[in-house]
Design a protein around this ligand. Structure first.
Ligand SMILES: Nc1ncnc2c1ncn2[C@@H]1O[C@H](COP(=O)(O)OP(=O)(O)O)[C@@H](O)[C@H]1O
Ligand SMILES: [Mg+2]
Length: 392
């Protein structure tokens, strides 16, 4: 430990063997404190209690405490350890949207240090591969605010437009690594179709006209899915996060300055089409119930306008239809998961007609699917105009 004798006490509230990691902890705290000399270190290890991990996330831990410096000053510190793990065999392949090693490779490559400076990231202290086939990512603990209002989401959409735009104008070069996902939605829709609930017997006996219309629309979308997915490759290419749910986007304010956007969770990092990140951001935050049904239209308009504004600020002068196309199609394709889910929940409602929570979720999903339908209609109208082929 740099030859210094440092007194370390560890109180471990997790099931992970952090007692064995005192050297690593010491090294991270030193990096946190920009190399100040440490006299003693007190460590508390907590599980952050994250309830909705990705399949490839085995745990998120917060290590924190007080450090006594050699000048007798006491300072608080904290570090996050994200432990990732392999999952099903398909996630061992780099082309998979959820390739299990991707986030570790992202941090190791230094790619995040090359992002435009208005996109902040957590500093990574160490990426450690363990014999038990897990990888531990030791990083800076970020304290920030989650977006809630349309203004905050629109601010993020604008930064996203600037971010994506930097790769189309040539201001930033697209990184070239085999482990970056190149067709994120192709992989995601394939996996979604494989794991979506089977609703064949339920839809066979549908009598409600509105529901039959939704199902017919969905079948038509699936019939033309490959063409839609291929068309995304014709959009201008950008570096895309592809997982902009509320909890992965933090607004951080330092020293009374204006908030800055800090992104975490780089597991889905991709080369994608313009507009895809925005479609994901709009769609996933509705699905998660962060954006409420009363605000769907307002958010849709404001997010799109802000993203476009960001692209223009980045200096991109291209055809706006391309942006609209990427936005609408990536949002519409979320129906590949959400339509089967909707029908399976309707089937569940038959056996639990009083389940109010289920009814609320169904109401939200119905509204989301209706937006997906409208956005898909827009896509179909734009396809010939953009010279992307279409079938009827
Ligand atoms: N560097 C960090 N600073 C603060 N909180 C973090 C950090 N990394 C992760 N977290 C917390 O843990 C949660 C899960 O981490 P994330 O990387 O998003 O995992 P997953 O890929 O499973 O979603 C985040 O939503 C956030 O609340
Ligand atoms: Mg996350």
């Amino acid at each position: 430990m740099n030859g210094a004798v440092v007194n370390i006490t560890i109180k471990n509230n997790t099931i992970i063997d952090f007692e064995n990691k005192s050297e690593r902890i010491y090294a991270c705290v030193k990096k946190c404190l920009v190399e100040e000399e440490i006299e003693s270190l007190n460590v508390i290890c907590d599980d952050v209690g994250y309830k909705t991990p990705n399949f490839t996330t085995s745990g998120i831990y917060c290590l924190h405490g007080i450090v006594r410096l050699q000048n007798s000053e006491d300072k608080p510190w904290s570090v996050i350890v994200k432990v990732i793990k392999p999952d099903s065999v398909e996630k061992n392949y780099a082309e998979h949207h959820n390739y299990w090693r991707r986030e570790a490779l992202v941090f190791n490559s230094g790619i995040l240090n090359e992002l435009p400076d208005f996109i902040k990231v957590a500093r990574c202290f160490l990426v450690e591969e363990l014999p038990d086939e897990t990888i531990w990512i030791w990083m800076e603990h970020i304290e920030g605010e989650y977006a809630g209002t349309v203004e905050q989401f629109s601010f993020i959409a604008r930064q996203l437009g600037r971010f994506n735009g930097a790769y189309i104008t040539g201001d930033k070069a697209l990184p070239r690594y085999d482990w970056l996902c190149k067709s994120w939605l192709k992989s995601w829709t394939t996996a979604s179709r494989k794991y979506a609930p089977s609703v064949d017997t339920y839809v066979e006996r549908l009598s409600n006209d509105d529901l039959r219309t939704i199902w017919a629309w969905y079948e038509n979308l699936i019939r033309k899915l490959d063409i839609a997915i291929e068309s995304l490759q014709r959009l201008p290419r950008v570096l895309a996060h592809q997982d902009l749910s509320q909890m992965n986007m933090l607004l951080v304010t330092s020293d009374n300055s204006t908030p800055q956007l800090l992104l975490i969770d780089w597991q889905f990092l991709s080369i994608s089409g313009i507009g895809e990140d925005l479609g994901k951001m709009f769609g996933v935050n509705m699905s998660l119930g962060i954006i409420q049904p009363d605000h769907y239209d307002e958010f849709q308009t404001s997010l799109y306008n802000s993203y476009l504004e960001g692209l223009r600020t980045a200096g991109w002068q291209g055809d706006e239809k391309l942006v609209r196309y990427g936005f609408c199609l990536s949002m519409a394709l979320r129906s590949v998961w959400e339509v089967p889910k909707y029908f399976s929940m309707l089937a569940q409602l038959e056996t639990e007609p009083q389940n109010q929570n289920l009814k609320d979720r169904l109401y939200r999903l119905e509204r989301i699917i209706s937006i997906q339908k409208d956005m898909h209609t827009e896509v179909e109208l734009m396809m010939p105009k953009l010279g992307f082929c279409t079938v009827h």
